[in-house]
Design a protein around this ligand. Sequence first.
Ligand SMILES: C[S@@+](CC[C@H](N)C(=O)[O-])C[C@H]1O[C@@H](n2cnc3c(N)ncnc32)[C@H](O)[C@@H]1O
Ligand code: SF4
Length: 428
Amino acid sequence: MLAQGNLRASDNKGVGPSFALSWYALRRFVWAIREEHSCLVRNHDSVLLSHCPHAVSENSVRIASVLGQTRSLLRFARGKPEPEKGPSKVSWEVINSCDARCRTCQRWTEETTPRLLSTEEGKWLIEDVARLGTLSFSFTGGEPFLREDLLELVRHASGLGLSTHISSNGLSFDDDRVREICESGLSTISFSLDGPNAELNDDLRGIDGYFETAVEYVRKLRDLREKTGRGPNIVINATISSKNASWLATFAELVRGNGADGLTFQPVHDFGGIQLGTSDNLQLKEEMVKEMSDAMEVVRKRDADIVPLPERFYSGMVDFVRDPRSLYKIPCVAGYLFAQVDPEGNIYPCPIKFASMGNIREKSFSDIWFGEEAKDIRRRIRADDHPICWMNCIAPMNILAQEIRNLRLGSLLSPSFRRHIMRRLKGA
Ligand SMILES: C[S@@+](CC[C@H](N)C(=O)[O-])C[C@H]1O[C@@H](n2cnc3c(N)ncnc32)[C@H](O)[C@@H]1O
Ligand code: SF4
């Protein structure tokens, strides 16, 4: 079990020599993206750049948010201790219950019934963060589709110009749900699969027929999207453990073979407890690093077009296994550019939830975000007084901040980084 809460690192977190150069790097970077993509978002989603032929006036809100978050990222990279804006990304665990039985996650064993945020409370949360300039809003859980109002909440968020994302196991899908998803304005859906075949996946996720169901609905969503021109990006997300590390490259084949758009992955984390505790010893170990690295090398070279993760994410996977403390070298944006909300409305800096900033039933999100507890948590994070993780919802943002801080122009302008940013802007 990882328990690195008190570890510190002597590192190179110092702010780079020249902010002007960082700014230049960022402008070059945005320019490169503009050259490559004249239209950022497919279908009817909001569009970022005014030169895009689909741009409409409602997008001015989104443009303002993108610019605000770019400034916020630069502020963070310069070492400014407090944000002026809300988080760039908010992830809300809408429910803890779950209809799967995964071995990497024990939420489904939870017996207590949390007092879930109501639909109205959820909408207030969404409105509050949209006002603060948040770009993307993610719905997770538990299994988010066990909430009947999920797509109502998605529609509310996308109506306010937020990029929206759902992470799901797909088990409760039917054809009506596929249609509703495509009509909801959802930007991206991730289907969680822990094996690229039924045998491995269903063993790891504890439900016979899981693989077949999830893949069936990946295809149905893609088919309806093709037919109607409306629907989300479809991503497969894999949690990489001792049981599936050598299969990583095969996940990419699964993505291509079923017409999904992308593959994301992250190492299994084990902090014990219900949220991020594994049921048995699934953690990656040193002796698996070679196999995992070989598989990642295939993905890195062959599948870069479908994997929206920056290069440094791959070596970070290895660091996470070998020496997680070395990742303290990378500044963490948790609680600055990222916030996690639990089913009862508690706000945390990240999915590890090591400290709460407050509850939105007691104060508004905005008061919590700019309040004293939040400042204290940011102080702790700056001092490396927090558990270390390599989650794909945060690590790529950390990498981006570090590359800006260290003025790594080559990396910032690389195709893998540009692809990553594009996917982020689309809500992936
Ligand atoms: C907690 S689930 C909630 C949403 C939904 N039920 C699902 O599975 O996609 C979100 C993601 O976390 C991943 N996950 C589960 N246990 C994990 C662990 N111990 N370490 C890292 N990721 C984990 C899941 O595979 C899933 O992709
Ligand atoms: S990972 Fe998702 S599907 Fe699996 S038990 Fe946890 S919440 Fe449920």
